[in-house]
Design a protein. Structure first.
Length: 433
């Protein structure tokens, strides 16, 4: 017979109301002044966040330098002590930050820009993570956005990175290599301030706020000039790669002349890879016109080639031995073609966003793109210049002033012509039924 609620079965489970419960006291935190459903964000201490992110950025870029030095020391059958590998690798890491080294063959200051780019990227990311850890993007309660949290994050990264540079200079300095500890610390601090500060301000939306306040002409000119500069550098990289591929036999013979094992050859190839952006910049300066120097006796340009004694480096196997003849002068039109493409992109983007945009702001942005591209290419030329010892190799690289000036003229002419032609073509297309 089924049981009723008034007469429960002995074997049935008891109801929750019939159980004997023990209530424990619950500690409640005060929610006064806190939005419902949200917990206060826990922020890491600024110095701790900056130290951790900066140390990781330094480690990521220091390890490849140490690996290359270890591979190069594999050329010596007797081997090298770990302390010597650490010192030479630290010296190479300093060189990637434009810290000059004073060696037995003379001053060395030509930076491996591939490793420099990786270091700049990692320090930039350190700035992003540090600003995110301290909440630089958040607004204070009841207040407006302030740039000071991002500025403090960039400053702390600069201090930590500067200390790392000074410590690395102490490690790298030994018999045969001299490094200025104060100079290394200041250089690393400036490097960290620029790259880390940029990352912190991007994370805090400071760069976006600044760009939003700039006139549209300035924004378009900056974007178009940077695009033109990147296209010219890309053309230089393509031409340099083609030249090295054509002379691949000579480059391979140079590597074989070192009489290294497999590890040594891998180290030489990776070391050359660190300097590929330098060679691409030299090639871009060749296409622009002024050319570049490899020491006091070697000058390479489209109109003149003067060859002197060159170091046995595989990357230099593709250097031209004569001025541009035959089909080669057609390559000199690549910078102008890059400017035309940048101007075409400017016109299409601007007219798509604002079909009624007038001639003055459009051509003004195209004209200002030339100085932006010239400035960027001049700065890159400075970064790709330096010395690789004495004996006529004190000055290696492009002529920054000449490269920037000629590039400014070429980009200005190309972007203005392409922008005007694109605007006319789009108007004709719109008017055609």
């Amino acid at each position: 017979m089924p049981t009723t609620p008034e007469e429960p079965d002995d074997g049935a489970p008891t109801r929750l109301a019939d159980r004997e419960t023990v209530r424990l006291p619950i500690q409640r935190r005060s929610t006064r002044g806190r939005p419902p459903g949200r917990r206060p964000a826990r922020r890491a201490p600024l110095i701790l966040a900056a130290t951790v992110t900066t140390l990781w950025a330094a480690l990521v870029t220091l390890v490849p330098a140490l690996v290359v030095v270890w591979l190069l020391h594999a050329m010596d059958s007797s081997g090298a002590p770990l302390w010597q590998i650490l010192r030479v690798g630290a010296a190479g890491w300093l060189l990637a930050h434009w810290v000059p080294l004073y060696t037995g063959i003379g001053p060395v200051s030509l930076a491996p820009l591939a490793l420099t780019a990786v270091a700049a990227w990692r320090v930039y990311r350190a700035g992003v993570h540090t600003a995110r850890a301290v909440g630089a993007r958040a607004r204070p309660a009841g207040g407006a956005w302030t740039p000071w949290p991002a500025a403090r994050a960039g400053g702390c990264i600069a201090v930590v990175y500067g200390l790392l540079g000074a410590i690395t200079a102490l490690v790298a300095g030994h018999r045969g290599i001299e490094v200025s500890v104060i100079g290394a610390g200041l250089t690393f601090a400036g490097f960290g301030l620029v790259a880390g500060g940029l990352g912190a301000f991007v994370e805090a939306r400071g760069v976006a706020r600044l760009a939003g306040r700039l006139p549209a002409v300035v924004r378009d000119a900056t974007r178009t000039g940077a695009m033109a500069a990147l296209l010219i550098l890309g053309a230089g990289a393509a031409v340099a790669g083609m030249a090295i591929a054509v002379s691949g036999g000579d480059a391979g013979q140079i590597i074989d002349d070192y009489h290294t094992g497999v590890a040594g050859q891998v180290g030489l190839v990776v070391l050359c890879g660190f300097y590929i952006p330098d060679v691409a910049t030299w090639s871009a300066s060749y296409l622009v016109g002024p050319g570049f120097d490899v020491g006091a006796e070697t000058t390479i340009s489209a109109a003149e080639v003067s060859m002197g004694r060159l170091p046995a480096v595989p990357l230099l196997a593709g250097l031209p031995s004569t001025p541009a003849t035959g089909w080669a002068p057609l390559l000199l039109g690549l910078p102008l073609a890059a400017a035309l493409v940048a101007g075409w992109l400017l016109a299409r983007r601007s007219l798509r966003n604002d079909p009624a945009r007038g001639w003055v702001p459009l051509l003004g942005a195209a004209a200002l793109a030339g100085p932006v591209a010239g400035l960027l290419l001049g700065l890159v030329s400075v970064a790709a210049s330096g010395s690789v010892g004495a004996g006529g190799l004190e000055q290696v690289g492009p002529h920054p002033g000449a490269v920037g000036f000629v590039a400014m003229l070429m980009v200005t002419i190309g972007t203005v012509l392409a922008t005007a032609a694109t605007k006319i073509a789009l108007r004709v297309r719109q008017a055609t039924p």
